[in-house]
Design a protein around this ligand. Structure first.
Ligand SMILES: [Zn+2]
Length: 78
């Protein structure tokens, strides 16, 4: 059986070993860090840069991705 292509290789969950910056809330009034031992969503861009997202942002990102996946399934009729 041919291997199934994994398309989410650039997305993972990591536990911060030290403080990280939340890429969505990095400036202004909403700015906040991701603290040590906190789980965060990590997205690697095609240029190799890594973006860390807090729990709240991760929920929004995964909700949007779930909607996109559902739309793809619907468009394919599967
Ligand atoms: Zn955040």
């Amino acid at each position: 059986m041919p291997k199934v292509k994994a398309v989410l290789g650039h997305v993972s969950v990591e536990t911060a070993l030290r403080k990280r910056t939340c890429s969505r809330h990095k400036s202004g009034k909403v700015a906040h860090p991701i603290y040590k031992d906190e789980a965060c969503l990590v997205v690697k861009d095609s240029d190799g840069s890594k973006h860390n997202y807090c729990q709240e942002s991760a929920e929004d990102i995964l909700d949007l991705a779930a909607n996109d996946l559902a739309a793809f399934r619907s468009a394919l009729g599967i």
